[in-house]
Design a protein. Sequence first.
Length: 626
Amino acid sequence: MLEQLALAASMAAFSCYLIWEVKRGYRLDVALYLAGMMIAMNLGAYLYLLNPQWVTYVLLGNSAYMFFGLAPIIYGRRIKYSKASVATFVVLMNAAELSMGALFFTWTTGQPSTLLNAVENYWYIGSMAVEMAFSLTLVESTQLRRYLLFLLPISVVSPVAFVRSREFVELTIWSSTVLMLLATVVVYETLYKERLRATQDTMTTLEVMTIFTAMMVGEFYYYLTSSWIIYDASMMTSMVWFVYRSIVGPNGKRTNYTRDGRWTFTFILLTFVMEWFMGGVLDFASGVLQPGLAGFTNSLALGWVPSLWGVPLDFLSLVSTVTGSQWFLIMMGTEMGLLAAFRLKELKRLENKVRVSLMIAAYAIYTIFLPYFSPISSRLAFIPYMWSMGLGTLGPVTKDYLFGIVGTYAVSALLSFLFGSRQICSVTCTAPLMYQGTFYESLKTFNRTSRLGKKTLGSRLRPWFKWVASVVWVTLLVAALMSFLNQAGVIDFTVAGTDITVFLYSFYFNFLWYVVFVSIPFFGTYACATQGWCSWGTFNQLVGRVGLFRLRVRDPQQCITCESKACAKACPVGNTDMAGHFIREGRFRSMRCVGVGDCVEACPYDNILFYDARHWIKEKISRWFR
């Protein structure tokens, strides 16, 4: 053990020295030669352990490498310092540590080593951890250093270091998930804080998220097949990328996420894919999903149809099973809740601070605690306002559930009449938490710049909004009737064995909503409210439109003289004509207004205020006293 430790420490120290020399512009041909020499030495020792009789061939091989490797250095041209040559050096350094991992595996077990054996041991991981930590000290970019600080523990606190220990594997999976979640928040906040710059290190950010995604895919694949091969590849890639970026710096390709819709879409989509796999991994780790391919398919919420015609249904079942699971919602809530908390610090108006605080608390209580951890979780379907998002949310439509369903609509309609649809669309729904964090709130710029987003500007409802909302509502109502008749035994109709309302809920809320969310650069923000995709939202928006809620201004004259029209620019649903309404009527009300309050924050004169049941009651009392 001491001999192995001394050899590993010596190699790590020598590797750190080479990294330092390459960083300061040392001759790359010499560095490449020395890295190759470490590989040759380790492979020679490995072959000797396999068969001591091969010692002659080992010595001849090492001697040949020294001779033929030195000849180009002595008589040839120097290798130019370039990104390609540095990448080659880093790959060779990683190969040297891999060969050491294979050597130590055979040294301790007496068995021939495979590539996976070389990766899945603490000697390889420990040596690379030392080299990565040293490389971090050479980084000059603040943003890159911030990313690498998170990537270092995620890469080296690896479940494959002690792969035979089930407890260690589970512990590292949970810890790496937490670190990756925090790293994602840091990535979002870094981009957000630099949003006013003409360009940002966006490609470096995309590389980091790609590595995170590959790691999550690897862990998910492990639960399906009990193989770490994809995770091993992602871990080696992360280590190579780590050292390479430490030497050459951030990616030179730059853009700004608020102006480049294609890049932003790629980034959000990649993040969603990573989070989907992360949610699946946590579901496996917590027992929500059963390991193994057969166990996984049997755990899917909408079942599994093993045929070609069943591919669309299977894809929907795959996506919605994870997006509707408790750990995906917990993970998303943690990430988006932190971004919303950062936004909370930027708000100036007390009412907006209270609303955002309620929004964060509502997600924790209404979306997480009550359905999954509360003592009444099994009774929520029978309690008004606990049915959540309307028809088909918690199960089939039965006579027992009618009180919960009808009561939910009645209570929600009353609240929307009194306080506007903001009680759902800006507080208790899961959507506002995801739309109103710092990074995603800044994407409302695509309301004005994206092709489809521009077509939704203004408070007037477009005809296609009415068509979309009508189609969603007709399908849900027909499905609810069919589900009720099915449960009563009048008909026998399911979708591949799944109740039709459960199927439609999974399609609309666990699949289509995320498609709309990921497509913010093309749809704009709050597309669920501006394009009619959400049945629960359109119901409350309609009631709120005829209710007491509206926006008012204290002095319309100030709106006339205002040159910025900052209220209209700040609106996250694109109500660009609100300033005109303020000037003509002194108020603004629209089915599209969901009461986020960004206009109140943006008004340079503190001229806009919310008006709802509280103010109506106050006015009535004042008139009565007068």
